[in-house]
Design a protein around this ligand. Sequence first.
Ligand SMILES: NC(=O)c1ccc[n+]([C@@H]2O[C@H](COP(=O)([O-])OP(=O)(O)OC[C@H]3O[C@@H](n4cnc5c(N)ncnc54)[C@H](O)[C@@H]3O)[C@@H](O)[C@H]2O)c1
Length: 418
Amino acid sequence: MKNSFFKEIPILSRRQFMASSAGAAVGAGLALGAPALLGQDSGKKFKVGLIGCGGRGTGAANDNLKAYGTEIVAVADLFPEKAEGAARSFKVPKEKAFSGFDAYRKLLETDVDIVLLATPPHFRPEHLEAAVNAKKHVFMEKPVAVDPVGVRRVIAAGEKAKELGLSIVAGTQRRHQLSYLETVKRIQDGAIGDLVAGRCYWCQGSLWVAKRVVGTPSGSWSDTEWMVRNWLYFTWLSGDHIVEQHIHNLDVMNWFLGSHPVRARGMGGRQVRTDSEFGNIFDHHAIDFEYPNGVHIFSMCRQIDGCWNDVSEHVVGTKGRSNCGDEIAGQNPWRFPGGGQNPYVQEHADLLESIRHGKPINEARQVAESTLTAIMGREASYTGKVIVWEELMKSDLRLGPEKYEFGPFPVEPVARPG
Ligand SMILES: NC(=O)c1ccc[n+]([C@@H]2O[C@H](COP(=O)([O-])OP(=O)(O)OC[C@H]3O[C@@H](n4cnc5c(N)ncnc54)[C@H](O)[C@@H]3O)[C@@H](O)[C@H]2O)c1
């Protein structure tokens, strides 16, 4: 039956998508040059390629399959065993399982309609740029860069995607979560008056670390391999945990305030996770982000065991306050009644439906700005200086090697404020 697989959509994605600011912004229609995925062969499923076959990549691929009407037809990873494992899971033929630093290029040469980008963040700008040049629709995990040069590449690729009518959805899934969407709508309608302050946290314990392999029968890991297999701990690969994790909360702040910060002041350090196996990132940061009109958002993030934990966002207005997620207190109290779908699936449903209806979603700039917000916090913490948005956006800071290959690569020293 014509378009029959779309009838299986289990999710009210259209309504939520249009309720979101991203959806409203892209309602203008399909631009020239978009690949006409639907209508060509209505019985055909979208062909999806996965780049970065780790925990979140395979999770995103499964979420994409749950959304509706797709099949994973190609996979790519730096390491052959990861690509092969994902190929087995998703029943992808061996010849469509690519590995190496250029695996993404080989995948983009196949006939996939959509790519899922889920490598460590450092590689995202290059992969996104190549995906857009290859005219693929994109789901990309956050964060989308680790430095201002990468942020600008993502913004430029996003603009090109707009011209081509391609959709780009980012893995900042709170933007696709009904409870957040209902809360932000009320706040934008004035439920808590003018926003005057806020705070957000991502404070948790420690994470996994992969012990370096040295002198085993199967060989030793080079510096690059060791770093990429422990990408969380190297600023050039992850951006530091303030960028890699805390971006979720900072993105909510930018969304609710309808802006990005103008200045950041902060401090941080590496108090507990001091061993070299933890690379060169800090284990805590505390930042004061100044937004337009003198609104300050206080942010804290930490990855240290045995301390209080909290992952949350809050805003305070002249008539009340909100936890951003599901509750408003003050003159217009409200509580989210429940409902909505798993946001990790919803974001794919929104992506697929935008393609289906020829109304591209483009979240590239918004997630690039949230990424730069987090980078701004990191630089404030690393340097001890006041970081100004306009200057950072123009900065030539670029982290990581110019050329990717396995071999020696020295670890940059841990930042010393001042
Ligand atoms: N939205 C969320 O809630 C959420 C949750 C977890 C992770 N993430 C994000 O997803 C991304 C991946 O995280 P993860 O937890 O899956 O990490 P992971 O280490 O489990 O997976 C990363 C994969 O990328 C591969 N890889 C590394 N460099 C590559 C390259 N140059 N080309 C191709 N493949 C490469 C690795 O071999 C690995 O298989 C990160 O950006 C992370 O921040 C998002």
